[in-house]
Write a protein that binds this ligand. Sequence first.
Ligand SMILES: Nc1ncnc2c1ncn2[C@@H]1O[C@H](COP(=O)(O)OP(=O)(O)OP(=O)(O)O)[C@@H](O)[C@H]1O
Ligand SMILES: [Mg+2]
Length: 283
Amino acid sequence: MRTIIEIKDLKKRYGDGTVALKGVNLNLTKRLTTVIGRNGAGKTTMMRILSTQLMPSSGKAVVDGLDVVRDAWMLRKKLVSIPQEASPMGFLTPMEHLKTYLIARGSTMGQAAKDAENALRTLELWDARNTPADELSGGMKRKIFVAMALAANAEVVFLDEPTTGLDPLSRLEVWSAVKMLKGTVVLTTHYMEEAQELSEEIAMVDHGECIGFGTVQSLLKKFRGMVRAETGADGAKGRYTIGNTKIRYVKLRDAEHYVDEGYTIKPITLEDLFVIRGVELES
Ligand SMILES: Nc1ncnc2c1ncn2[C@@H]1O[C@H](COP(=O)(O)OP(=O)(O)OP(=O)(O)O)[C@@H](O)[C@H]1O
Ligand SMILES: [Mg+2]
């Protein structure tokens, strides 16, 4: 199996002393990997280092054979990175954004117009192609960037929260565009169902560390045959507490007993891995 992105003991300490990455090790070999994690987990820091926008404090990252520090200039030609806070230029239209971007990347005028049209049609931005971005909705603004990534046809694409704030239908459009990207894709998200829908592999980042990596099935293996029982009742038992909610993981066959005790039963999702934070389950 070929390693497409290799991350070794990657650390990042910002100037103010914040340690955003504490030593991440990951080998990404699949076409599409999703990085999930709570606010402040270190996802954006990792994406910025991998896309050569931020220097690591120590450790190593190699993307498609190129070192993110030593070979940054060469690597930049191969990748597209859509930052989390990306917002379009208000006075430019979607078509102008795409054409300018493609020409800056080296396309001819004719090719840029063709690739821009395909991408804008795919993301249903074609009717709005000549509308200044200022007059578009938040979701449509976001889609301009996904269209840019699609049109650029890059070998590696980093998308930092591409669907945040989108309505469910726009999210589906973005998902289908992401599936169409030819290169290797790494995307971050807060939506567990997005990670499950899109990726072959998921990296879970928490407090600057990778606490889990693999397919959805392999990540949820330790929960096999279990359900989540939660309650807000005073005095009720729960090994994990989030706000007022007490959570425990119980065998499916015991679920009825917990319902009688006032617990609500829920199926296990990837979210539960963050609840237990990689710690072993109670037996
Ligand atoms: N430029 C910076 N200077 C100092 N600290 C920073 C800087 N950028 C991020 N941080 C801190 O580094 C940590 C990781 O931030 P990061 O943006 O990588 O998290 P994230 O997982 O992308 O979060 P979110 O889901 O909210 O986007 C946080 O504690 C954050 O406050
Ligand atoms: Mg972020």
